[in-house]
Ligand binder design. Sequence first.
Ligand code: GLN
Length: 313
Amino acid sequence: GKLPDLELVRDIVNQAYERFADDRTGAVADYIPALARVSPDLFGISVVGVGGSDVGVGDCDHMFSIQSISKPFVFALVCEAVGAEGARARIGVNATGLPFNSVMGIELNADRTMNPMVNAGAIATTSCVPGKTAEEKFRFIQEGLSRFAGRQLEVDEEVYTSEAATNLRNRGIAKLLEGYDRMYWDALEATDIYTRQCSLNVTAKDLAVMGATLAGGGVNPITHERVIDTRNCRRVLAALATAGLYEQSGDWLFEVGLPGKSGVSGGIITIAPGKGAVSVFSPRLDEAGNSIKGQLISKYLSERLGLNLFASQ
Ligand code: GLN
């Protein structure tokens, strides 16, 4: 199957926007000072098909830092670089059932691996990126994520500086992993590269293109460039399904029936393999740090566009 016809997708996306536009529940993230200053009522939806069809409504061209939505894409690049099995051996792919910044997730797991979609596993993932210096590693990430987006992505220096000054918990997580031989580069440098990767600016449209690249087996639907191998795509999507929404990943899969990834700046992407991707930007978050409107819209669109992976027809 494919996405419904473009006109129908447009109608359904507009209906989704109208239906949830007035929802004012939740609050913007404030543990990163620069994110606390974002306007809470920004709201955009973008849908991109694997064939390049593209529907957007609202603030879908507004730039915001990618935050945790960088995680699946960096994991994808590491799977390309060291092989999916190599990535699993180093990082782990099991569900954590715990918050994104959990330390207990490391402590409770006998082999001290994590999941690439939570901070500990994501910093470990970043530590596996090819490159002889931190600068080279960051360049590799920036260029790789830009290939997913089909345009050059740049760092939001204000967000980077703000998070770099306050990310003691992430540095602690990286040091803890280092003690367990689960860091594959200097722990503090890896945390810094990870913080920069989280500060890359994207729009909801960029995220939908990035997601549609994973939905399409690794080929960017706009530039037609192959970004990653088809076989690695399905591994990345499986890892996403286990922990993309942290401790709410089970609820998410139950309701939406698709792999998804959230970030604390308010983005959510949902990937429908073989079909395309939905992305939502709305910075009001719930307790787990997931966009509230993002979840409502993702659920609504999964149903109305017929995307649920577990549906028999
Ligand atoms: N950069 C953020 C952090 O490490 C990303 C977290 C998120 O988006 N959930 O805390």
